[in-house]
Write a protein that binds this ligand. Structure first.
Ligand code: G6P
Length: 477
């Protein structure tokens, strides 16, 4: 019954996210799985995708969103002034909220101007969105850039059903309460009708914040109440477009980038990691673990290539720049000490690789390394599984601190802080017999459709469309 309502309704959908994949009109755009899925949601309901244009302007930006209609979807975007971008995005979102949500209180930078800028930008986005809203639109706000947006819309008279989905983790109360303006943020979040999280654990952590600090009272089964309003807190684990990615991986054997790469490593076995350059991803620890694996398994010298594809990210944020240097140094030092005249152990790339080529590289790999120190879900883990050939599947090594570990229990689950244990997992994966590889892969592969990204958005919207009902007799007091 969960999915029955979605798609059948006539309500328009308004998606709000910081990044908006506005079509450029020149050829096919390189869109990720999530963007494609949200476009599918918008196509089926008709509607608006609203957010930042990706542009930073010198003077004050226009308060009128720039609109572009493509078929059923209107893309509506605002520019940001340099100063607002610095405070809202680089400052509060990425130097305060991001580290706290990834359990890194050592990296948090609290700055009153950032906090003020974050709320001001949220208010500005709300002010410009309100005139575009129709009374029965469903509004779906995404991610940590816009925690107070729902409340800001309510303050401006929006009576719509408004949902929120957090793509990153939500930590337990003791960690979460290190957020600057914690109480204001939590109170603002109670203005949503549905609050979605990646895992049960994240949803529970959030519920504990609400209750411990008196922001709302738990009524029944994920339903909370405050000031006479009720809202739902629930896990909606995200996934990939499973069939589309499988097809892409099947075709990718003929991809010329993949073929060139194959030729360049020859008979060597491939270990692969793909992550944005972010301290939450555990890349340094992973490079160390690979070095430890090679040192303790002399037979693999010259016979294995570790390909780490790591596009630079948020380079204007000092903690990211520092980390770029650290990883580059680590890789250089490992290649220098372990490499040979005809063997470079780690191939490290700071560039994006298109989806089709990635799918082919995943399929070619014997081992996939997905070892974040903390991650909301991690779709690379799911893509790696979907890309494998059933006849000869590779092995996934997965951090227990990624949301995906709650589902993909056929992976070798590791503590990414434990370098030696991760190195032993690589050795185990490297030597694993076909039968065990197939068993592990089949159990993971079978679970992918449960969270297929098209199931995910329908599931979320079905809850957003229907006010939370409390089963008779289920009230707790
Ligand atoms: C994470 C966040 C997204 C964000 C993406 C890329 O996945 O959850 O909201 O868009 O990282 O980061 P960026 O800062 O470049 O948008």
């Amino acid at each position: 019954d969960d999915n029955a309502a979605a798609g059948a309704s006539t309500a328009r959908l308004v998606v709000v996210s910081n990044r908006v994949p506005v079509p450029t009109g020149t050829g096919h755009k390189a869109a990720g799985g999530l963007a494609v899925a949200l476009e599918a949601a918008l196509k089926s309901h008709g509607g608006v995708w609203y957010g930042w244009s990706g542009r930073i302007v010198d003077g004050p930006p226009s308060p009128e969103p720039e609109q572009k209609r493509v078929g059923e979807i209107t893309f509506a975007v605002l520019d940001l002034a340099q100063r607002d971008y610095d405070l809202y995005y680089s400052g509060f979102a990425n130097r305060a909220l991001w580290p706290v949500c990834h359990y890194r209180l050592d990296l948090i930078q609290i700055d009153g101007e950032d906090t003020e800028g974050y709320f001001r930008v949220n208010d500005a986005f709300a002010t410009s969105l309100v005139p575009l809203l129709r009374p029965d639109d469903l509004v779906w706000v995404h991610d940590y850039h816009f925690l107070p947006l729902g409340k800001a819309l309510r303050d401006r008279g929006a009576g719509n059903r408004i949902g929120f989905f957090l793509h990153i983790p939500w930590p337990p109360p003791d960690v979460a309460s290190a957020m600057p303006a914690y109480a204001t943020l939590l109170e603002a979040l109670t203005a949503y009708d549905v609050l979605g999280f990646q895992t049960q654990q994240d949803a529970e952590n959030f519920g504990r914040c609400l209750e411990r600090d008196g922001f709302a009272r738990h009524v029944a089964d994920g339903i909370y109440e405050t000031g006479g309003r009720r809202f739902l807190v629930k896990a909606f684990p995200i996934g990939i477009d499973v069939e589309a990615f499988r097809r892409t991986a099947n075709r990718a054997v003929r991809n010329s980038v993949v073929q060139r790469f194959r030729a360049s490593i020859g008979e060597r076995r491939l270990v692969i990691g793909v992550d944005r350059l972010d301290y939450s991803k555990g890349i340094r620890e992973r490079v160390d673990a690979f070095g430890c694996f090679v040192r303790s398994n002399p037979k693999v010298r010259g016979r294995v290539t570790y390909l780490q594809i790591t596009p630079k990210s948020r380079s204007e944020v000092p903690e990211y720049r520092r980390m770029q240097e650290e990883v580059a140094e680590e890789v250089g030092s490992l290649n220098g000490s372990l490499g040979e005249l005809d063997w470079i152990p780690v191939r490290y790339l700071n560039q994006t690789v298109n989806h089709a080529s990635l799918a082919g590289l995943y399929r070619m790999a014997s081992v996939g390394l997905v070892t974040p120190l903390r991650d909301g879900m991690n779709l690379v883990a799911k893509e790696f599984v979907a890309a494998q050939s059933p006849d000869d599947p590779g092995v996934l090594i997965l951090s227990r601190f990624a949301g995906a570990a709650h589902e993909l229990d056929g992976a070798l689950i590791v503590n990414p802080y434990d370098i030696e244990a991760t190195a032993r997992a690589i050795a185990r994966a490297y030597d694993m017999e076909l039968e065990e590889r197939q068993e592990r892969w089949a159990s993971m592969s079978a679970r992918l459709p449960e969270t297929d990204v098209n199931v995910w958005w329908k599931h979320f919207l079905s809850h957003l469309e229907t006010p939370a009902a409390i089963p008779a007799g289920a009230e707790t007091s």
